[in-house]
Design a binder for this molecule. Structure first.
Ligand code: FAD
Length: 453
């Protein structure tokens, strides 16, 4: 008898994956039936949303891939109560648009919004530029419906804005990367949309000057909605496409945004301009809608401009305390020097979240090896600065085994105990998040699709 060929499945990381079957249930009950069937037969399950994750979390190694895309209904939307209840396969952009059409705002803004799904956002606790003011996805989740092994459909929280009864199981599921349960629906709280958003762009000579300006923003108590940065090489990657022009000698760019009512946004914009202008080479502030949209579009395309420089990158999403940001940015460049690679970073400055990136030729295995070694040093650097190996994308497959770098043994034991309590047979996304064992770095390819992040 012929054995069926495994499906070759991957995600945007292009890590090689394989699965015996791809299952696309249409309802939460069907998800529960699939999980029960798999649990009875010891079949591993890899949940998959829009497959835009940047840590290889949705890449399977055998068993089934469980795609959530058919769970795509908004179950209820109550604009007058600022809340929405949607299934896991609804895209981020659909949630954002639905809210906007009624004057409301869903602040989490990870890139790839047309593809990424609510369930994937919850599973990675995805964030974006506006997490600085508004927090990551989890800050907007009031309840989850999820299928937990061995196949139980469970609800934690709901359309309630507070809940301190019991342990916070909802928060355990948020960011668990599909290793504890499969999210089938999410209750979200929304807020009225800000009337106006006004960006301020500042160019500084170098990283210390730029980071000082960012610290001044915080120290002055200015409630910016977003504070982003680009270092020298990141700026060089996108400079040609930056319509307003990059001033000569600029080695660091800050993009901050004010929002609120027209009056409030204008006040914050002026405060931002003042805090960022000390020692700056140039400060400008597009006010018209076209200029504003062009700025964020340019920022959204930056990762692709970075990739275009040599065809490939190895990029990580470390995070450090804000007062150590300059050291982490300069440390990334120094690691590039040490490993003979062009290194750069950009990211969510307000949250201390870097996208530290090493440029490589996609087919140069030796160069890839050096970039992976640089990433190991980068993780060490982040942890030594009091930071974390991942601020946004999670551990997935790519950062397998990295937890031990930053958690103490007792905390690691608790991680293992939590996993065993939810998933005693270790069938939910095995090999991800907690897994110790061989690093997955060997199977890694350079990314040609790393995101804005
Ligand atoms: C261009 C681009 C820009 C990006 N920008 C950002 C950014 O600014 N900030 C940020 O945080 N991320 C960013 N990302 C990463 C990614 O988009 C987010 O992590 C996104 O939320 C993943 O959603 P997804 O539906 O694509 O999940 P997938 O990639 O399909 O899966 C991600 C993880 O979640 C699990 N999972 C998916 N659905 C479920 C479910 N229903 N139940 C349980 N587990 C599930 C998977 O098993 C996997 O471990 C970016 C990616 C790209 C390509």
């Amino acid at each position: 008898m012929l054995e069926p060929e495994p499906y070759l499945v991957t995600d945007l990381t292009q890590l090689p994956g394989r699965a015996e079957a791809v299952v696309l249930p249409s309802s939460a009950d069907e998800v529960a039936q699939v999980v029960a069937w798999c649990y009875e037969r010891d079949v591993p399950i890899t949940p998959r949303g829009g497959a835009t994750g940047l840590a290889g979390g949705a890449v399977a190694d055998g068993g089934i891939v469980l795609g959530l895309e058919r769970l795509n209904r908004v179950r209820s939307f109550d604009p007058l109560l600022w809340r929405l209840h949607a299934e896991a396969g609804v895209t981020t952009a659909t949630v954002q648009r639905t809210a906007r059409e009624s004057g409301l705002f869903f602040p989490p803004d990870p890139g790839a919004a047309e593809l990424s799904q609510l369930g994937g956002n919850v599973a990675t606790n995805a964030a974006g530029p506006h997490a600085f003011k508004y927090g990551a996805t989890g800050a907007w989740v009031t309840g989850l419906e999820a299928v937990l092994p061995p196949g139980d459909l469970v609800t934690v929280g709901g359309a309630i804005r507070k809940d301190v009864a019991g342990y916070d199981l909802k928060s355990l599921l948020i960011g668990s990367e599909g290793t504890l349960g499969i999210v089938t629906a999410v209750w979200l709280r929304l807020i009225p949309a800000p009337e106006v958003t006004l960006p301020v762009v500042a160019f500084h000579r170098d990283t210390p000057a730029g980071c000082d300006a960012i610290l001044r923003v915080l120290g002055s108590g200015i409630t910016a909605a977003a504070v982003e940065y680009l270092d020298l090489e990141a700026l060089a990657s996108g400079a040609a496409a930056y319509e307003a022009g990059v001033p000569a000698g600029a080695g660091f760019m800050v993009i901050a945004e004010a929002d609120g009512s027209a009056e409030e946004a204008e006040r914050i914009r002026a405060e931002l301009a003042e805090a960022l202008s000390e020692g700056a080479l140039a400060v400008h502030s597009p006010r018209d809608r076209v200029g504003l949209e062009a700025l964020w579009r340019w920022r959204g395309g930056l990762a692709f401009a970075v990739i275009a420089r040599r065809g490939g990158v190895v990029s990580e999403d470390v995070v450090v305390p804000l007062d150590r940001l300059a050291e982490a940015i300069e440390g990334t460049v120094e690691l590039g020097r040490r490993h003979d690679l062009v290194a750069l970073s950009f990211g969510h400055a307000g949250d201390g979240n870097l996208h530290s990136t090493f440029l490589i030729e996609p087919d140069d295995a030796e160069e890839l090896g050096r970039a992976l070694a640089a990433c190991e040093d980068l993780f060490e650097l982040a942890v030594s600065l009091g930071g974390s190996v991942s601020g946004e994308h999670g551990l997935g497959l790519l950062k397998r085994g990295q937890l031990a770098r930053q958690w103490q043994p007792r905390a690691l034991e608790l991680h293992a105990a939590v996993k065993a309590a939810f998933d005693p047979k270790n069938l939910l996304n095995p090999g991800k998040k907690l897994a110790v064992g061989p690093s997955f770095a060997g199977a890694r390819r350079s990314s040609s699709s790393a995101g804005r992040a």
